[in-house]
Design a protein around this ligand. Sequence first.
Ligand code: PRP
Length: 210
Amino acid sequence: MKFVIPRGRLMDDSLAFLRNAGITVEINDSRKLIFRQDGNEIILPRARDVPVYTEYAGDIGICGTDTLAESRSNLFAPLSLDFGKCRLSIIAPRKYRLRDLDGLDIATKHPNITSKYFSSMGIDANIITLNGSLELAPETGIADAIVDIVQTGETMRKNKLVEIRKIMDISAIVVVNRVSQKIKYEEINSFIEKAGEFNGNGKVCKKYIE
Ligand code: PRP
C-alpha cells in the first residue's frame, strides 16, 4: 500500500503509528521523498499537500484535521489519532476583541477555514494568505491579526499576541483515498482495524468518520 506521511511535526508519530500497525519502512535518507519496502511505499510531501497526494497518488494518508478541512480533497477519514493535538485560533495584539476585526486584515495559512469562520460570524475580514511565520504579520503591519496554530502558546506570547477565539481543535487523522477504499477494500479495512487498536502513543484511536 502507498502511505502519505507529512514531513515535519507529525512525521515521527505517524511513522510510529504505522509501525504499530505492522508497516515498517526504513527512512534512512533525509533528502529522499519516497521509500519502498515489503510492497509498501511511503510518500513524504509537505504537511499541507498530504490530502492531494492521498487523493491522486496514495492509498492512506495522515494529516491534521485542519489540513483536511482546508483542502478541497474528497477523502474518507475513518480514524482520529492521539497525536498532533493543537488548535487553530484567531490571534491578535491585546487591544483587539473579535468584533473589532470587522473590515481589518487577517493573515493566515488557512484561508478557506478563516474566510468561512469570519463569514459565519458576520464579520467582514480581508484575508491575506501567507506561508508561515505568521506572527510577523501584526508587528510589521502586513495584517492586523492572524489565524494560526497554537500548540504551547509560546510563539504567540513571545510575539506579544493573545488568543482571542479558538476556531477549531486539531488532531492527526487517517485519511483514505476513496477509489483505493473500493479496489483495495480488504487491505485497507484490515489496516484500519489493526491501526485502530493502537496509535503513536499506544492508546486506542477514536472513530472519526467524515
Ligand atoms: C506553528 C504555528 C506557530 C507555532 C505555534 O508554526 O504556525 O507559529 O507553530 O506553536 P506553539 O504554540 O507551540 O508556539 P510552525 O512551526 O509549523 O512553522 P511556520 O509558522 O513557519 O509554519
